[in-house]
Write a protein that binds this ligand. Structure first.
Ligand code: HEC
Ligand code: HEC
Ligand code: HEC
Length: 131
């Protein structure tokens, strides 16, 4: 009749091959690697414009709001919950504290596979023509 030994061996080989991409990543540490972020270290840059938890989730919405407030409504300052006011400037304010975009923004974005188009127009801090 059936050769159960062969069937079981076949199933084991199938399972191993089928899941091998996962094994490969786990064994190489890839699946477990989180983005490696370089955070601001200067004394006056210790806090973000909003709580880190909020920023992690909602920074893209905040940026949209800032753009709308500045470009459509002519507002200039954002009042943070920490009582401080920040100029609503993408390059000057955000990238002023997070100048090394490749070790910050890009770390997460390549991890999740998004490519914001902001830098088609806004310059990175090295060259501040549109702040
Ligand atoms: C005054 C300095 C400063 C400014 C301005 C600033 N940040 Fe931050 N940002 C920080 C610091 C410090 C942290 C880490 C806070 C923490 O871990 O508690 C942070 C955290 C973040 C995080 C979360 C990172 C993580 O740990 O997951 C994001 C996203 C972020 N900032 C984006 C922005 C954006 C977008 C802007 C502009 C709208 C901005 N930041 C403006 C200092 C700043
Ligand atoms: C802690 C990780 C993290 C950091 C740090 C981070 N981002 Fe993001 N960002 C994300 C994730 C995740 C998304 C995608 C969210 C989605 O698809 O809904 C995103 C999306 C965006 C988007 C919307 C893009 C789109 O195509 O929808 C913009 C704009 C953006 N980020 C700007 C920035 C800027 C500028 C910085 C650096 C100052 C930054 N982010 C830092 C995680 C991060
Ligand atoms: C097609 C070119 C272009 C692209 C792409 C672009 N911007 Fe802008 N953005 C501008 C211009 C021009 C202004 C007005 C500058 C001014 O009035 O000082 C502006 C203003 C802003 C402002 C408010 C003022 C300032 O100087 O920062 C924010 C915030 C902003 N953009 C964020 C973003 C973000 C986030 C992205 C990507 C999701 C983005 N922009 C993509 C051209 C662009």
């Amino acid at each position: 009749m059936y050769d159960s030994g062969k069937i079981i061996a076949g199933l084991i080989i199938f399972a191993a091959l089928f899941t091998s991409p996962v094994w490969y990543d786990v064994l190489n540490g890839k699946a477990l690697q989180r983005p490696d972020l370089v955070l601001p270290s200067k004394e006056n840059q210790k806090e973000c414009v909003a709580a880190a938890e909020f920023m992690r989730r909602d920074h893209m919405r905040l940026l949209n709001d800032w753009r709308y407030e500045v470009v459509r409504k002519g507002e200039t300052y954002f009042s943070s919950d920490n009582g401080k006011e920040y100029e609503m400037r993408f390059t000057k304010t955000c990238l002023g504290c997070h100048p090394n975009t490749s070790q910050f923004c890009d770390q997460c974005h390549s991890y999740v596979g998004v490519t914001p188009y902001c830098w088609d127009c806004h310059n990175k801090p090295r060259n501040l023509s549109i702040q």
